[in-house]
Design a protein around this ligand. Structure first.
Ligand SMILES: NC(=O)c1ccc[n+]([C@@H]2O[C@H](COP(=O)([O-])OP(=O)(O)OC[C@H]3O[C@@H](n4cnc5c(N)ncnc54)[C@H](O)[C@@H]3O)[C@@H](O)[C@H]2O)c1
Length: 349
């Protein structure tokens, strides 16, 4: 094996990513080395590509980006047990410490010192990735590398959707991005009654109906109160999953919820935004912020649901060899795509 590898790097503090030759990472005693087969492009990668304020303040340069991946273990650190060379895997991209109260309580996803691969540590847009063995999630045969590469965002959808009991409930999802769409599929899979998804982008709403049995609503054209009446709901939605980061969407959600409704917030607003707390208090609404995936309960549940018939593959709308990564980012930047997957298997050709 050569000690150099191809990688997509933020090499300079300006828009874009560059294909570079970088050293294959050296692993420590508790790490594994993973040969990357497929990667997904995330909205975070788009922030880094665009080099917006968040990226400029967060990401040190140079940085190999990317955190959605599937591959195969090619090297084991000397302390690693329970994993084998050749094992197919994905993995949790949040690197956590083990000293905090939360970690010691087993609530790893709440560790305040979390660092992200592809953001704070060298990432997965590369032929090889170093990852702590703790973070590795082995893939069963039923989950191929393409689905393995989108388990991270599917995990966001699963974590958010499973925040509240959805069985028999009417669920409103605001934001038909890839994560909102996958959350619709999850809500349906676990037994919600009505699943309504909103957006202002017709392409995204059309994609939502190809992935999940859900009711698309373009809020630029239709009022949610009309949809509530049309579907025969008595008061409104029982549970809201906010997946747009848009203030207007959250306001509409609060209005469209029943008294005592529950909201899980995944969408990241661009900054501080005014919230109608009075309305939230008098409607006795419960709000939960959601960050990442529960480590590793979300991974367990999502893999089990995929093995049990959950199908999110149609959310992948574009596939490119990594040599065409610019086309992949253009598809994402168009705002019309679902998930975009890059194939690294021929990357050294
Ligand atoms: N909390 C976390 O750990 C975490 C992790 C990953 C992503 N996120 C956030 O989750 C959200 C969803 O991720 P994604 O990759 O699917 O994002 P995305 O940007 O692809 O999708 C967001 C969608 O919201 C739509 N939207 C905009 N205004 C709207 C409105 N008024 N009503 C309804 N929809 C509206 C957009 O058209 C877009 O289709 C994003 O805000 C992302 O930043 C959070």
């Amino acid at each position: 094996m050569s000690n150099m590898m191809a990688a997509l790097e933020k090499s300079r503090p300006e828009p874009g990513l560059w294909r570079v030759e970088a050293p294959v990472p050296e692993i420590g005693p508790d790490d594994v080395l993973i040969r990357i087969n497929k990667t997904g492009i995330c909205g975070t990668d788009i922030h880094i590509w665009n080099w917006d304020d968040w990226a400029a303040h967060t990401v040190p340069v140079p940085m190999i980006t990317g955190h959605e991946f599937a591959g195969e273990i090619v090297e084991l650190g000397r302390h690693v047990t329970g994993l084998t060379i050749g094992q197919r895997c994905s993995g949790e991209g949040h690197l956590i410490g083990h000293e905090s109260r939360q970690s010691r309580a087993g609530k790893f996803h709440l560790d305040p010192g979390t660092r992200g691969i592809g953001v704070n540590e060298q990432g997965a847009f590369a032929e090889y990735l170093r990852l702590p063995a703790f973070n590795v999630v082995p893939l069963p045969d039923a989950i191929d590398d393409e689905i393995g590469a989108i388990l991270d965002p599917l995990g966001n959808a699963v974590h958010t959707a499973l925040s509240f009991d959805l069985i028999g409930e009417d669920v409103l999802i605001t934001g038909a991005g890839p994560i909102g769409i996958m959350a619709a599929a999850v809500a349906r899979h676990v037994g919600a009654r009505h699943v309504v998804i909103t957006d202002i982008n017709p392409d995204r709403l059309a994609l939502a109906t190809r992935v999940a049995n859900c009711v698309p609503v373009n809020v630029a054209e239709e009022q949610l109160e009309d949809v509530i009446a049309r579907l025969g709901m008595k008061q409104g939605f029982d549970v809201g999953l906010e997946m747009s980061g848009n203030q207007a969407a959250l306001d509409q959600m609060v209005e469209a919820l029943v008294m005592g409704g529950r909201i899980a917030l995944l969408g990241i607003p661009p900054g501080k935004s005014p919230v109608d707390w009075l309305r939230i208090v008098f409607k006795a609404i419960t709000i939960k912020g959601v960050y990442g995936r529960e480590i590793f309960e979300t991974w367990y549940k999502m893999i089990a649901m995929l093995e049990n018939g959950l199908d999110v593959r149609p959310v992948i709308t574009h596939r490119f060899p990594v040599s065409d990564f610019r086309e992949g980012f253009e598809a994402m930047l168009s705002g019309r795509s679902g998930k975009v997957v890059l194939d690294w298997t021929g990357s050294s050709d």
